[in-house]
Ligand binder design. Sequence first.
Ligand code: THU
Length: 162
Amino acid sequence: MIENKLTTIFYRSNLNSLEKKDQDLINSAIKSLNLAYAPYSGFSVGASILLENGEIISGNNQENVAYPSGLCAERVAIFYAGSKYPDVKVKTIAVSAVSKKFEIEDVVSPCGACRQAIAEYEVKQEESIRILLHHPDDSVLIVNSVSDLLPFMFKNKRLKQF
Ligand code: THU
């Protein structure tokens, strides 16, 4: 048996130190989280996506009384982007969150299902998607690819039929 190591590279920065494009995207995610429908968790998440054509698509979490029927902000946003612009590449996704009930200790990091959903588009477009994770204290965690958040992701090009 051979031991192997896998390294993830991530960056920590601050909202004000980022370039304007990234700041705008995060601010758009913050705006979007204020429109979240989160009556059950009180945890509002906003996700904004910068597309290659310059357009920003936003989404927020949509909860449901039958809890699993709700959907995270990241998937609301990426599925909307995929449905509106199926052939336009995703450059960057910004995510921000606040809780009505408690102080969030660190940035919100996409759940496994959202990581897999984002990974689908990264594989499809053959180009990395940057992810900016914003905390209400304005600290930001950055990864240059969803694969940094989801090592050993499931991908199999041969499952594609056409
Ligand atoms: N949620 C998101 O929208 N994105 C995440 O990255 C983590 C969790 C939502 C799902 C649910 O509405 C609430 O936050 C609490 O889990």
